[in-house]
Design a protein around this ligand. Structure first.
Ligand SMILES: Cc1ncc(COP(=O)(O)O)c(C=O)c1O
Length: 368
């Protein structure tokens, strides 16, 4: 039940990857037949990845995951477009990969506006509109929040950016494979996601970059990925990302209905837990993430005492940071006191038995 943090690899994805470790291990940049086999596999994967977000295959850059894609998109864009301005707009509830990148850029002289969110976690389009200035270069707003599941009004944001001729970069790490993401309809200029969030392998992700957008590379090297990401192609992981996109795209309706039935079961089981409140209304959230606050619970202690139940009270990347969730704090949620929340995130591999185990553990803790 911590699948927003990572997921189990799908067997079909693993099977597709394995021959590229042992049999077809040529360097995709080599011109001999062994290289060509790897190159063809990468080309196939590029199409599978592009299909899931409705972009052109040549607009996909393979990276090691969303953290790298975020760094490349933001740093690469502002460095390459310095003549257009030095102002970035983002949101207080973004993932730390975005916030840390923006904080770093502030030390280099860039100006960053961090938009507020309301108690549901949504930005105000009005505040976004008012924040746009002559020197605004890029707007960085995530699709689905990793802690609350809240879905931002991406289509309206895309239109606003397009109307103002500002680049729009969207961190869709929690959205791709969970809902339909279409970069054309949403007018997104750059977008990222990671393989391991959609039953694919870890250490691989993609950055979509609209044709014509200029970026300065983070990793200089042998000219791979149009000169934007040097280094020998990691063929097995790239093949895995492509297959994961294909499998999740083809099975999306089925997995959404399974996820929804487990989540409904969880929500109805919560009726047995006193002083429990769900963060953000159902119609504003992605179906797979439910973050709850239980008034007198110390979730650090609860999670620590129930290590065989996979749960979280923030983003996995932040565990170890002991001052609570920056997302819930920005939302100003009544009754949130640093660590009395639990994030449950369900995927197609989760089960109602997982929910039963959690409810039982909660009841035991609360009654003791
Ligand atoms: C919304 C969001 N953005 C970025 C990341 C970073 O992804 P990765 O660790 O795969 O680089 C995550 C991972 O938790 C995430 O949930």
């Amino acid at each position: 039940m911590d699948t927003a943090s990572t997921t189990k690899i799908d067997q079909r994805v693993l099977d597709e990857m394995l021959p590229y470790f042992t049999e077809f291990y040529g360097n995709a940049s080599s011109s001999h037949k062994f290289g060509e086999i790897a190159k063809q596999a990468i080309d196939r994967s590029r199409i599978q990845v592009a299909n899931i977000i409705n972009c052109d295959k040549d607009e996909i850059i393979f990276t090691s995951g969303s953290t790298e894609s975020i760094n490349l998109a933001i740093k690469g864009y502002v460095e390459s477009n310095q003549d257009k301005g030095n102002h970035i707009i983002t949101v207080q509830t973004e993932h730390k990969a975005v916030l840390s990148t923006c904080e770093y850029l502030e030390t280099k002289g860039y100006e960053v506006t961090y938009l507020d969110v309301d108690e549901s976690g949504l930005i105000s389009l009005e505040q976004l509109r008012e924040s746009v200035k002559k020197n605004t270069l890029i707007v960085v707003i995530m699709y689905i929040n990793n802690e609350t599941g809240v879905i931002q009004p991406i289509r309206d944001i895309g239109k606003l950016c397009n109307d103002n001729n500002i680049a729009f970069f969207c961190d869709a790490t929690q959205a791709v494979g969970k809902i339909n993401v279409d970069i054309e309809e949403d007018q997104i200029d750059m977008l990222c996601f990671s393989g391991h969030k959609l039953n694919g392998p870890k250490g691989i992700g993609a950055l979509y970059k609209r044709e014509g957008i200029e970026l300065t590379p983070l990793i200089h090297g042998g000219g791979q990925e149009g000169g934007l990401r040097g280094g020998t192609y990691n063929t097995p992981l790239i093949v895995g990302l492509g297959k994961a996109c294909e499998v999740i795209y083809d099975g999306m309706d089925e997995s959404i209905s399974k996820i929804e039935s487990i989540v409904d079961y969880f929500i109805s089981s919560l009726k047995n837990i006193t002083n429990c409140k769900i963060i953000s209304e159902r119609n504003l959230r992605s179906s797979n993430i439910v973050n709850i606050i239980i008034e007198n619970l110390d979730s650090n202690v609860f999670i620590g005492m129930n290590k065989s139940i996979a749960l979280s009270n923030g983003s996995a990347c932040n565990s170890g940071v002991m001052d609570g969730s920056h997302v819930l704090k920005a939302m100003n949620i009544t009754n949130y006191n640093n660590y009395n929340n639990i994030r449950v995130s369900i995927d197609k591999c989760s089960s109602k038995a997982d929910v039963d185990a959690l409810i039982q553990a909660l009841r035991k803790t609360i009654s003791s």
